[in-house]
Design a protein around this ligand. Structure first.
Ligand SMILES: [Zn+2]
Length: 138
């Protein structure tokens, strides 16, 4: 992959991974919460710190029909938590302005799951700045 134009000041990018099991759970939760949103935190493995293995439900996080489902003051101080996941009850897995604000304040990697009434799933990962990020499913 020698085609990336690289700025000299950029820090080496983290290559994120997520287990299929964890992703399946996220998809199922997104479907079962439809037409409400599902939201949770992403936890990485204690040894492999770029491997997302678990979703953690945040106390006070409710499924809602708006985007204000994360209560930032309730976020735990836990370095195994690297970001967030939430569903969009639409086919559009693109961040809203509120999402971008959240990404900017918390975490390094964020997933948005688009889910339709037919249970069709699309998903996309984003970094803290709302740029599309690659997460490898393992
Ligand atoms: Zn959103």
């Amino acid at each position: 992959m020698g085609f990336f134009r690289r700025k000299t000041t950029v820090s080496s990018p983290v290559s994120w991974k997520i287990t299929q099991k964890c992703l399946d759970l996220i998809f199922e939760s997104s479907k079962s919460n439809y037409p409400m949103e599902f939201g949770a935190l992403l936890r990485v493995d204690r040894v492999e710190k770029n491997m997302i293995i678990e979703v953690v439900l945040l106390p006070g996080t409710v499924s809602g029909d708006s985007h204000a489902i994360f209560h930032l003051h309730m976020l735990p101080i836990d370095y195994s938590i690297v970001g967030t996941v939430h569903s969009h009850p639409s086919s559009i897995a693109r961040p809203s302005d509120a999402d971008l604000d959240l990404f900017n304040h918390f975490g390094k990697i964020h997933l948005i799951i688009g889910v339709t009434q037919y249970g069709d799933i699309s998903w996309q990962a984003y970094d803290y700045a709302g740029r599309e990020a690659v997460v490898e499913v393992v």
